[in-house]
Design a protein. Structure first.
Length: 322
């Protein structure tokens, strides 16, 4: 029997209708490539990032993974901050096929402004030109550099929070697994916002949202196919590619996970939080009723968007001791 999708929040539904002509429910790699060329997404104006002098902004090329190109880090440091400050290590979204280190940076800067934190946003190679493991290995290399150079940036290597939304949330979850398994320097916490973590694309919420909303089941298939090719959905997909596949979720940093009730990723995000708890870990889970994928970016003034943003600050405050 077909499953009816949950209703969108009325305020968000109006915003979704307004953007329907700009972002199709089901995207293609070709559409993503055109969007890359046009540079439509992300903050291009450094003045906007500086926030009236509150931050200094630089792009820095740092070593990538072995035998791979350098990667670019966007580094925003709080002006005049005293002492070693927290660090937000940010990984952008874009379904593995779109975006750069300026996408999603506004949210990270909001947190940084609240806590006088350093933001380091990593640019990783995109699929399908660069399939797994290129994206996650780039993210890992950027994280190692950030840990090693935190003091130089005015940051505290023992107070690094890794964070990302959508594909960036999935890569952040994968980073936490890699850091644990390679015994690298452990981050203080992981913030996974509407994370893309399960290549199987077969949950009830994925089926419910087929052809509906933003980043529907069809788009999800496109993104995972680009990253994994013929391996997608098979028995041998690594948890470093799709964290929902990881057999062991023990000994991970505390997680903050949020997702909308009316989006493809709802059930995989809820299951991931449940598995962290079952493994004896710590996770805070929020499911926003009537929220579609990325709703706060499309409708930042909506009541639900404001509530979602506000819920993240207490978690960060408890984690950082600020």
């Amino acid at each position: 029997m077909a499953m009816a999708p949950p209703p969108f929040d009325p305020e968000l539904a109006a915003a979704l209708a307004a953007v329907a002509g700009h972002v199709p429910s089901t995207i293609t790699v070709e559409w993503a490539r055109r969007a890359r060329e046009q540079g439509e997404y992300g903050v291009r104006d450094d003045e906007q990032l500086r926030r009236d002098g509150r931050f200094t902004v630089e792009e820095r090329a740092v070593p990538g993974p072995p035998d791979a190109p350098d990667i670019s880090l966007l580094i925003c440091r709080p002006a005049g901050a005293v002492g070693a400050r927290p660090v937000i290590y940010h990984t952008h979204g874009g379904g593995m096929i779109l975006g750069d280190n300026r996408v999603g940076i506004i949210g990270a800067l909001d947190w940084a402004q609240e806590f006088a934190a350093v933001v380091v946003s990593v640019e990783y190679r995109l699929a399908p030109e660069h399939p797994h493991p290129a994206p996650v290995e780039d993210v890992y290399a950027g994280y190692l550099w950030t840990v090693e150079h935190a003091a130089e940036l005015g940051g505290d290597p023992d107070r690094i929070v890794i964070a990302g939304a959508s594909a960036g949330g999935g890569l952040t979850a994968a980073l936490a697994l890699l850091v644990r398994d390679r015994e690298a320097h452990r981050p203080l916490g992981q913030m996974l916002l509407c994370p893309m973590i399960d290549d199987r694309n077969d949950t009830p919420s994925a089926i419910q949202m087929d052809g509906i909303g933003v980043w529907d089941r069809g788009s999800n298939a496109v993104g995972w196919d680009a990253l994994l090719g013929a391996a997608r959905g098979g028995a041998d997909v690594s948890g470093y590619a799709a964290p929902a596949r990881a057999a062991d979720l023990a000994d991970l940093p505390p997680a903050f996970i949020d997702v909308g009730s009316a989006e493809t990723f709802r059930d995989e995000a809820v299951a991931y939080a449940s598995r962290i708890w079952q493994a004896g870990g710590v996770a805070e889970l929020h499911v926003w009723p009537g929220g579609f994928h990325g709703f706060e970016g499309f409708a930042p003034q909506a009541a639900l968007s404001q509530a979602a943003r506000a819920a993240r600050l207490p978690w960060l405050r408890r984690l950082l001791g600020e």
